[in-house]
Design a protein around this ligand. Sequence first.
Ligand SMILES: *Cc1c(COP(=O)(O)O)cnc(C)c1O
Length: 392
Amino acid sequence: MGAPNPDAVIAALRTVLPGKQGNIALHEPWFIGKEWEYVKDCLDTGWVSSNGKYVDRFEVQLAEYTGARHAIAVVNGTAALHVCLKLAGVQPGEEVVIPALTFIATANAVSYCGATPHFADSANATLGLDPAKLSDYLGDTAEVRGGTCVNRKTGATIRAAVPMHTFGHPMEIENLLEVAARFKLVVIEDAAESLGSFYKDSHTGIFGRVSALSFNGNKVVTTGGGGAVLTNDDALAKYARHLTTTARLPHKWSFVHDEVGYNYRLPNINAALGCAQLEQLPEFVRRKRELAAAYRSAFSGVRGVRFFTEPPHARSNYWLNALVLDAAVSDRRDQLLDTLNAQGIMARPVWTLMHRLPMYQSCPRMPLDTAEDLERRLINIPSSPFLAAGKQ
Ligand SMILES: *Cc1c(COP(=O)(O)O)cnc(C)c1O
């Protein structure tokens, strides 16, 4: 086992990436469909804000593509997660299981509910929450009393679990559902990164009671900023619409609100962008999988580093491609990152684990050995859909 020679890594990347000058970003949006046409239509008709035909159409397109019964478009993925946790009934003082290896939004959304994140370890094969470890840990730490899961150490109710499909790779959702059913946890999927990713034959985000998507500028498709709540539950969908439109009661002219709601609905102009982007989603995913296949073969002969590939039960969108350094050489990660970035190839380490951040360091957690190991060894590399086609 040798150290990854930065020159060998760069040489492998260069065989895949286009030879253009300038920096190659991690993930850039791509507007080659009807984006201009639909956005111009919003401006021409004056329908730019929180009502309009593109919002309705975007929601229908999302539901059709994912197979969810309902999609409710909101201002961003973090707001979608916040609403999901509210819909799941998360109350102040309760705990919510989330992976330590995730983007900050998952933890923050729990905090917005006055609840506490409870950090779980990841599985090497998926990079997502490890259901087997969670099962063992809850067996030691928690007990079901009167139909709810109680943390024996803190005395708090553990209400829900929020698995996340890391970099688009579906985690073992069926195993997690089984563990959650045993411990009476509501499952909310953070599917922000996995639009276009399938677990077995079903789209990610339709397994949990509710789930969250994101259409931020760096995601698979973008609305500028945006998100959506997915659910198969008619009553929850109705409540999601209510909560995200300031909890206003329907009336021709009066303003009556029946609880503290949120101004979270997606503006029509953003939805217009989203409609055009969704029309291209299958092609984006096809290209991203092609790029991943090219990386995979380019790195097959490079020592000290492995290209992360989708778990066997899954078809991934390969949102962000990842290299995993061999454990023995993980101390050379930062040198490799320096070299790649200096050469104009954007590369980034994975997020700092949640339990290391000042506001979350005292939260409850299980041993996080795999997440901490992955944190030292993962590197994200350029993943935009047009890179596959740009090969010269
Ligand atoms: C992008 C993302 C979100 C939502 O982010 P927004 O920028 O608010 O749309 C949530 N969770 C994860 C894991 C994400 O990657």
